[in-house]
Ligand binder design. Structure first.
Ligand code: TYD
Length: 134
């Protein structure tokens, strides 16, 4: 499994009636069972969020409205993704550092997660993250 990857979801509908995207367990290539859903919204444009990795948690980030940029880091590799399409998701595996920035005014970022919230799964120190990656 890749450390991070863009998923293109199904999209039902057309310009005239609008669109619907459905994500179903065991279909749609979802790489984990969803145990938690949360969303981030009303983030002021100058605020950057994230700045952590997870020991075990896997996530899919979907920008339902507006846009946001995500920077992911794994080892020496850094990649930036612009999320601005609700039919796309960014899969982020465990042990990947993530930073979220440039939230548009109306951005709503939906997160599908493989586990319930556990603070002890967070790695919030970048040096510790690099150590754990080795
Ligand atoms: P955090 O994951 O650090 O947010 P971000 O990476 O977007 O900056 O979480 C922010 C706060 O919310 C932190 O105090 C933990 C709390 N929180 C929960 O209580 N439950 C959750 O499912 C999540 C994701 C966060």
């Amino acid at each position: 499994m890749n450390s991070f990857e863009i998923y293109n979801f199904n999209k039902i509908g057309n310009l005239e009636i609008g669109y619907l995207t459905a994500l179903e367990e065991k279909k749609d290539r979802l790489p984990f069972e969803i145990k938690r859903v949360y969303y981030i919204y009303n983030v002021p444009n100058q605020v950057n969020r994230g700045f952590h990795a997870h020991k075990k948690l896997k996530q899919i980030l979907i920008c339902l409205n507006g846009s946001v940029e995500i920077r992911v880091k794994k080892g020496d590799v850094t990649e930036n993704f612009l999320l601005d399409d609700p039919a796309q998701g960014l899969f982020i595996n465990d042990l990947v550092w993530r930073e979220m920035y440039n939230f548009s005014n109306n951005a709503v970022l939906l997160v599908l997660a493989s586990d319930i919230y556990k603070e002890d799964d967070y790695i919030r120190d970048y040096k510790e993250f690099l150590k754990l990656c080795k």
